[in-house]
Write a protein that binds this ligand. Sequence first.
Ligand code: PRX
Length: 646
Amino acid sequence: MTDSLARPVPDSFRQKANVDTETYERLYRQSLDDSDSFWAEQAERLVHWFTPWETVQSGSLAGGDARWFEGARLNVAYNCLDRHLESRGDQTALIWEAEADDEPARTFTYQELREAVCRLATALRGIGVKRGDRVCLYLPMIPEAVISMLACARMGAIHSVVFSGSSPDALRERIDDFDATVVITADQAMRYGRKVPVKANVDIACETLESVKRVVVVQRGGDEVNWQDGRDLWFHDLLQGASADSPVAEMEAEDPLFILYTSGATTTPKGVMHTCGGYLVYSALTHEVILDHHAGDVHWCIAELGWITGHTYTVYGPLANGGTTLLYEGALSARNPKRAWQIVEKHRVNTLYTTPTLIRTLMAQGDAHVTEHDRSSLRLLGSVGEPINPEAWSWFHRVVGEERCPVVDTWWQTETGGIMLSPLPAAESIKPGASARPFFGIDVALLDEQGAIVTGEGSGRLVINRSWPGQMRTVYGDHDRFVSTYLTEFPGHYASGDAAQRDGEGEYRITGHVDDRLLVEGVSLETSDIENALTADPRIAEAAVVSCTRDNGSQGVYAWVTPMLGEPTDEELADALKARVLNGLGAVAVPDVIQWAPALPRTRSGKILRRILKKIANGEIDDLGDTTTLADANVVDSLVESSRGN
Ligand code: PRX
């Protein structure tokens, strides 16, 4: 990474930022050297506790039994709503925008959102939901999804949000794993301008499930749906007459708040379990420091609620901090290139947090859609979920943020609860895809393949050495799987599964999941390096690199490449791309095949499913494995089609 790519953070931002570099250094040291006092101070400042804790932390990461704020009692929904009523009851807590731009926005003040949550909590109690019960939320991105999450939290039920694009099989597998008694869904979801029959999917999923006693249905689309008397209830009927006077469950800090299934691209999904106290403290603090929350901010995290990013940075972090959070119903794609910027302009969005995939999608639509909308409200931009290539980062910084807004590329995982590595927004300058430092309390190390600690500049497996409040506590119903997946490979450390580089200044760059590395002619290559070389060509929107097996059995490089809209996909472009890789990375990295792809297969959270690309690249099209996590299954058919002939 050359310093010429570094972009200064303007003084105007730095002067108002919540945490400056000096304060970061001091607090980071305190967070490691005097961890209990650091977290006690933050927990007291950020969260309302009904009962104080006896110990700040106990157990250990390595032992798989870390506990935070034991003995303390709190309620997450109370913290996100009731606590703010006195100072900001009339402030907007939630803004919702539909996919269609002619449908009116819905807004809820803190007072209104609390009332809706209380009514639903009362109603859920009325149909027999008890503290500790599991409730499945299979809902589109509508306010009722946020209301349902908070209603569960208020009454002490454990929610599990399942992405509304998941297939009936994926839904069944998840409900079965955590024995939900109630499913909250909708008649339809709107995605890419189409209606998705989510209620019908629930009906199929529940055919063989005994645990589900009630299905609560939000009316979103209005089409007729099949109805099972005695089981199905309309959300609006259920709420009618339900009292807003709903008691708050005083939860133990270590009681579960939610279970969220990881996408399960390669194995059966894991129910990642997070608890009330530590998760809330960690969500609030990371949102305040890294997304630089200020009172009155409008924050838009463009992420599915069925992904941890939606939990932590659409719902729990912003609401715990008394912010205004924006929820967008649909999918942003080439169909509606202006929609994102209309919303930014209309609601004067201050902080915008999303994925490299979406940034690249929006970039491919050209600058005019962006620049014709007012973006002067934007103060900070963030990226999450996969490595961001310098071109996408620079476009986000230059075109969207007008070089005024720092771009924080944040690394974390479903399992970590919140951001773990990120540039400090108030740093003097930030480099694309790099500059990341550990967040408070995060004690990271790089290990070589033998498990030895890499010191100074170098690269290796990224591990965490001690517990932090936001860490997952277990895999629901399978603690051994938690230990074997994360704590066994490098005893004493949490194995993230990712690889990273550290530069001479102690700043990190994530190079991707370890499984994404290629071994070609004895040389270990990072797929992200080759992808970055390909997307450095301005005609290219996206690239994904996988290994392929050559005729002689050795490993080669197979590149799937999506050009910008309207660019010709010809030999000349393919040769230019190969030349770029040759010049940048050497002959060994030059793709054996450049395969044009109209779009790449992605999970709901925007991650490219390399596993599927690899299978297609190697001609294993009859055995693509589990495709239920795909955001759009049609993409695969078009790739299979385009790969024929290679
Ligand atoms: O491989 C890393 C990648 O996404 C993984 C976590 O996926 P998930 O649990 O779905 O995401 C949770 C919310 C972040 C990581 O193990 N990843 C995430 N952020 C980055 C990233 N890779 C590179 N750079 C990032 N900023």
